[in-house]
Design a protein around this ligand. Structure first.
Ligand SMILES: Cc1ncc(COP(=O)(O)O)c(C=O)c1O
Length: 465
C-alpha cells in the first residue's frame, strides 16, 4: 500500500462521527467527550495518530533536521555512550530533590552548560515540560509575563500554572509592541521599576509557524530601556534553532553573543538532536528557584541514564563539529527553494493572484541566516487541499489551521533537512505549482466550490464526493 493510502485511511477513520452511533445507555461522560470531538471531526480537523512513513516519502515534515536520526548516527553515538556508562542503573528511582540526582546527569549538565556558555544546565523529560517548569518557578506573586502572541502551546500552559499576576501578549516580533506592553506595566505598578516586581518576557528564537527569527537584540534593548534596573528578563525557547542555528548549532542566543543578557534559555532535544528531552540553561539563582518552586521538575522522577546518554550523544555530535556540514546544507536547500519558487511561473501567478504567499522568500538574499521552517500561506481550506495533493505525490508537508495559527489564516509548513536534495525541492516546487494552477482555473471558471482533483480523490475514499 502506498503511504498516502494508509495515511488517508487513518485520517478518514478518525473523522467518522461517533456521537450518532452511541447508545442512550452509554455513560454520559463518554457521550459528551465524543460530542465535543465530533465538532472537529466535521471539519476534518480532529488530530489523528498518523501511521509512520518510510524514507521513500519526501520529508518536509519531520524534526530530524540534521538527519542524524534517519542515518543512524545518533543511535550509534548513543550506543557507544551507553557502553561507556557501564553497569548503570536504568531508573533514577526518585526525583532530583531526592535519590534521583545522580552524578552522570550532573556531569552531562556541566558539559551542556559549557557548550552553550551558560552557568548551569538542567535536563528534564521534554521541552514542553521545561517551558512549564520555568514559568512555574521563576514568576513570583505580583510579577508579569509578557509573551509574543505566537508563543508555543507549552508557554500557554506554563502561564496557566504560573502565579504571575499579569499575563499580556505583544505583537509578534514587534519591539514597539513590546515597549507598549512594558510601559503599561510600568504605569500599572511602580514595583516593576523599583525591582519589587519582575517581568518575564517569553520569546522563541525561531517561530514554529511563521518560521521567522526573533529580533532578540532589539527586544533586549527595549527591555533595558524601559527597565534599566534589570527587573525585566527574557526566557527564550530555542526548540527550532537547537542544532541548526549558531556556532555548532548552539542556537540564536549564541549566534548573537547574547549569553549574558538572557536569563533562561530552553533547548529541545526532540528535534535536531534526534532524541528527546529539554534543557534549561540558566544561572545558579534560577536553578535554585527551579529546585524550590517547580513542581514539574521536583515531583517527577528524574530522567533515566539512557535518556541522558542519548542527549549527551547528540551534544557530542554538535560540539565536535560533526553536524556543521548538515547545518550548511540546510541553508543551501532553503536558498535553492526560494530561488526555485521565485523563478517558477506557476508560483508567480499564484502569488500574484493572492492564492498563496511566502513572506520568507521576500528579501531572503539580505538575511545572513535562513530559517529551515518555511510557511506557504493561504486561505483556510486550501491548506488541507494542498496537503492532500502533495501527499498523493508522495511528499509530506502538513497543513496548519486555527487554533494552531490565528483564526482566518492557514498555511502549509515546509521544513527543510540535511537529507533534502535539490531534486526533491524541484519536485516540491512543481507539485505546488501544479496544484495552484488547478485551483486558479477552478476559481476562474466560476466554480468556487469545485474541488481540486486530489481533494476529490481523497473524499471519494470516504464515499462523500
Ligand atoms: C517552539 C516549541 N517549544 C516547545 C516544544 C516542545 O518540545 P518537546 O518536543 O521537547 O516537548 C516544541 C515542539 O514541538 C516547539 O516547537
Amino acid at each position: 500500500m502506498v503511504y498516502y493510502d494508509s495515511l488517508f485511511k487513518e485520517m478518514l477513520k478518525g473523522q467518522e462521527l461517533q456521537r450518532p452511533a452511541m447508545k442512550k445507555g452509554d455513560p454520559a461522560f463518554f457521550r459528551r467527550l465524543e460530542q465535543a470531538m465530533d465538532v472537529h471531526r466535521e471539519k476534518i480537523r480532529l488530530n489523528v495518530l498518523k501511521p509512520r512513513w518510510d524514507d521513500s516519502v519526501l520529508d518536509f515534515t519531520t524534526s530530524d533536521f540534521l538527519s542524524i536520526n534517519r542515518t543512524g548516527r545518533i543511535r550509534e553515538a548513543f550506543l557507544k555512550e551507553l557502553e561507556r556508562c557501564g553497569d548503570f542503573r536504568l531508573s533514577a528511582s526518585g526525583s532530583r530533590v531526592q535519590y534521583g540526582n545522580y552524578e552522570y546527569i550532573l556531569e552531562v549538565e556541566r558539559e551542556i552548560a559549557a557548550f552553550h556558555g551558560a552557568e548551569t544546565a538542567w535536563i528534564c523529560h521534554s521541552g514542553f515540560y521545561a517551558n512549564i517548569a520555568v514559568l512555574e518557578a521563576v514568576a513570583l506573586p505580583g510579577d508579569a509575563i509578557v509573551f509574543d502572541e505566537f508563543s508555543h502551546a507549552s508557554t500557554g500552559v506554563g502561564m496557566k500554572v504560573s502565579v504571575a499576576a499579569h499575563k499580556l501578549s505583544f505583537q509578534h516580533n514587534s519591539p514597539d509592541s513590546l515597549r507598549d506592553a512594558l510601559t503599561s506595566l510600568k504605569a500599572l505598578d511602580p514595583g516593576f521599576t523599583t525591582g519589587e516586581r519582575s517581568v518575564l518576557i517569553c520569546v522563541e528564537s525561531l517561530y514554529s509557524m511563521e518560521g521567522d527569527l526573533c529580533p532578540l537584540k532589539e527586544l533586549v534593548g527595549v527591555a533595558k530601556e524601559v527597565f534599566p534596573s534589570g527587573s525585566a528578563q527574557f526566557i527564550i525557547d530555542e526548540a527550532h534553532s537547537n542544532g541548526v542555528i549558531g556556532p555548532n548549532g548552539g542556537g540564536l542566543v549564541q549566534l548573537l553573543g547574547l549569553e549574558k543578557e538572557i536569563a533562561v534559555r530552553v533547548h529541545m532535544c526532540s528535534k535536531a538532536l534526534g532524541s528527546t528531552g529539554g534543557v534549561i540553561l540558566c544561572n545558579q539563582t534560577v536553578r535554585s528557584a527551579l529546585t524550590q518552586y517547580s513542581r514539574c521538575l521536583t515531583y517527577s522522577g528524574a530522567p533515566s541514564v539512557p535518556m541522558v546518554a542519548s542527549i549527551r550523544a547528540g551534544y557530542q555530535l554538535l560540539s565536535s563539529g560533526q553536524t556543521q556540514k548538515e547545518q550548511y546544507h540546510i541553508q543551501e536547500m532553503v536558498k535553492y527553494f526560494f530561488e526555485s519558487l521565485l523563478d517558477d511561473p506557476s508560483w508567480q501567478e499564484a502569488m500574484d493572484e493572492g492564492l498563496i504567499s511566502v513572506p520568507l522568500a521576500e528579501d531572503y538574499e539580505e538575511r545572513a541566516v535562513l530559517s529551515h521552517v518555511v510557511p506557504v500561506k493561504m486561505k483556510p481550506g486550501h491548506d488541507f487541499s494542498l496537503f492532500v495533493h502533495l501527499a498523493m505525490k508522495n511528499m509530506n508537508a502538513y497543513p496548519m489551521g486555527y487554533p494552531v495559527v490565528p483564526k482566518g489564516t492557514a498555511l502549509v509548513r515546509i521544513l527543510f533537512h540535511a537529507h533534502n536534495t535539490k531534486e526533491e525541492i524541484d519536485r516540491l516546487v512543481a507539485a505546488v505549482g501544479e496544484w495552484a494552477i488547478e485551483v486558479l482555473e477552478l476559481e476562474r471558471n466560476g466554480s468556487k466550490n469545485a474541488l481540486p482533483s486530489a481533494m476529490r480523490r481523497f473524499l471519494a475514499l470516504q464515499g462523500t464526493s
